[in-house]
Design a protein around this ligand. Structure first.
Ligand SMILES: [Zn+2]
Length: 180
């Protein structure tokens, strides 16, 4: 395996085939996208069910696995411009912010449908990827993604919470409890 800690996904009932695909997919990602990985894109390219993909990314970002790290990006509801990124939901600005692109005034905490979750790969592959065979497992790999793919938002996690994803909402206030 390129990322041996991913084996621990097995203890969360993730099947070995899916684990193997995620392992390969993470290994073949280009440098430019390593801090901008999306479970939705992984799902598109691997035919792994999108809900399973979200669970796998989320679990891989837990401390006990630590292959990925969640990053929260504030997206402007008016122009889709990005206004800062954070390592934890609790770090989002508590007050209104003014979009640096269009001047729109909004509170990221009140617009969790506009807080995007992406993942950063924290580890280097344990061995180098020498074969193009790995790349060929995935449709569209190598094609530059311009960022128009559907993105994962915090609100999506609140709408479909489960054990695997709970930690992505750590420190979120009572709204999450209310959503359960
Ligand atoms: Zn804006």
């Amino acid at each position: 395996m390129y990322f041996p800690p991913l084996i621990r996904l097995g203890s969360y009932n993730i099947n070995p085939f899916a684990i193997g695909l995620l392992d390969s997919w993470l290994a073949v990602q280009r440098q430019a996208v390593l801090s901008n990985l999306s479970p939705i894109r992984f799902s598109d390219q691997s035919d792994i069910d999108v809900e399973l993909a979200i669970d796998m990314f989320s679990l891989s970002a837990q401390q006990d696995i630590g292959v990925l790290k969640a990053i929260y990006k504030c997206i402007c509801p008016n122009c889709d411009g990005q206004n800062g990124k954070y390592n934890a939901l609790s770090s989002l600005p508590k007050q209104d912010i003014i979009c640096r692109y269009c001047g729109y005034n909004y509170s990221p905490n009140q617009r969790l449908d506009y807080v995007e979750i992406v993942f950063e790969r924290c580890l280097e592959p344990s061995e180098s990827v020498t074969s193009t065979r790995e790349r060929d497992k995935f449709s569209n790999s190598g094609v530059i993604n311009l960022g128009n793919a559907e993105s994962l938002r915090v609100q999506d996690i609140i709408d479909k919470p489960n054990k695997a994803r709970r930690h992505l909402l750590n420190n979120l206030d009572s709204r999450y409890e209310a959503a359960q």
